[in-house]
Design a protein around this ligand. Structure first.
Ligand code: PMP
Length: 411
């Protein structure tokens, strides 16, 4: 149950983009797993940085640089608090989840994974959590192994102990699937991985958005997430890592800001987190994400989660009654986050999305960067409705009304 103060209609007013019509109909935005809309507070924080404090960070002694640096580092503290990191220095700014995963695959992977070693991922992963590991495996001679999924879109963990061997160096797993909505038992996987001496990287692109994340409680070693799906701007994300791992790692990219001393032949590195932040960072992005964390914290992630659960329960019931629909992913609400992927008879998901769009309803259609999931279910694409704090049951009703038109056209 959400608290009495949680009011999605009031929340909607904070988001300028939601107050528009699309194709003559009020916008129903159900593409939140791709990216969320941005509240006024985030837009204002970015504007205010550019209008009043714009300067490069860490390098200047002057007032604007001092202000920009304070805001930028304060934002690091905010994202650290969002995931309960022990210290803000464990949070490295990246361009997004994808870059955070690539950072680990390169900077940790090339030093720690060798021929004959194994990397364990799952069939459920977003391409961002597959391709960097394939690249690492091909550069090092390591083997990539997969946790399979069942027909309810859950990880098959019965043979986890057999998949994990003393050769397994890293397990990379999504917290929440973007294509199926499945919430994965990360802690269970972490415990099993640690028992064989492997470390665990969590792709939290859809996790840190919808649920309280406590990286210390999850006992993982790396956790990656991005700003743009949680009310923040694009082009900014976070890699959280355990301090001792980050300290021991080689840098990811070389350049200004990440060095201690530069000599003719070689250089030494700055301390964490700056060792991983070569070049001028996305200062406005970090400040915007900090503002997003403030905004979401004020509302409360528990209330957001409870609200989304209510919307998903309603949507599962209403969508489940649409003739010809097939919904993918877990049926249990305890195992499902705010994503519903579906197909409808012979209607191609692109046609479903086009018909819905003509009614002002925005959903995504395609493989959702999860081609292995599509392959498992024998489809090339699905339509996907994904919900967030500002969605209402009326949004679900409009989706279902739109699908009635799809049924009328495709029979
Ligand atoms: N992993 C998952 C589960 C995702 O949903 C996404 C975004 N669709 C990503 C990784 C990649 O995130 P980004 O595009 O922000 O780098």
């Amino acid at each position: 149950m959400t608290s009495v103060n949680f009011d999605p209609l009031r929340i909607r007013k904070d988001f300028p983009t939601l107050a528009q019509t699309v194709n003559g109909k009020p916008l129903t935005y159900l593409d939140n797993a791709a990216t969320s809309q941005k509240p006024r507070a985030v837009l204002d924080a970015i504007d205010s940085y550019y209008e009043q404090d714009n300067a490069n960070v860490h390098r200047g002694i002057h007032e604007l640089s001092r202000r920009a640096t304070i805001a930028y580092e304060e934002a690091r503290g905010k994202v650290a608090g969002w995931i309960n990191a022990a210290d803000p220095s464990e949070c490295i700014w990246t361009r997004g989840t994808t870059e955070a995963i690539n950072l680990v695959a390169v900077a940790w992977g090339l030093d720690n994974v060798g021929e004959g070693d194994e990397i364990l991922i799952s069939v459920m992963e977003h391409h961002s959590n597959i391709v960097p590991w394939q690249m690492l495996a091909s550069r090092t001679g390591a083997t990539l192994r997969y946790i399979e999924i069942d027909d309810d879109g859950r990880l098959v963990l019965d043979d986890l102990d057999a998949l994990l061997t003393e050769r397994t160096k890293i397990v990379a797993i999504s917290h929440v699937s973007n294509s199926l909505g499945t919430i994965n038992p990360v802690k269970r996987i972490t415990e099993a991985a640690h028992a064989v001496g492997a470390i665990v990287m969590v792709d939290g692109a859809q996790g840190a958005v919808h649920t309280r994340v406590d990286v210390q409680d999850l006992c993982c070693d790396f956790y990656a997430f991005g700003g743009h799906k949680m009310c923040g701007p694009t082009g900014i994300g976070v890699l959280w890592g355990r301090r001792e791992l980050l300290d021991a790692m080689s840098p990811f990219q070389g350049g200004g800001e990440m060095i201690h001393i530069v000599g003719r032949e070689e250089s030494s590195w700055a301390a964490v987190p700056h060792k991983f932040e070569a070049g001028t960072p996305n200062i406005a992005g970090a400040i915007g994400l900090g503002a997003a964390v403030d905004y979401l914290s004020e509302i409360g992630i528990e209330d957001i989660e409870a609200h989304e659960r209510e919307i998903v329960a309603y949507a599962m019931e209403k969508l489940g009654a649409v003739p010809g629909i097939r919904i993918y992913g877990p049926t249990s609400l305890d195992e499902r986050s705010a994503v519903i992927s579906f197909t409808m008879g012979d209607a191609h998901p692109h046609d479903i999305s086009t018909i819905l769009d003509s009614d002002g309803v925005a959903v995504r259609a395609g493989h959702h960067c999860a081609q292995l999931v599509m392959k498992h279910f024998g489809v090339s694409a699905t339509a996907r409705a994904s919900f967030y704090l500002y969605n209402t049951k009326e949004d679900v009703d409009r989706l279902v009304e739109g699908l009635a038109q799809v049924a009328a056209i495709f029979g």
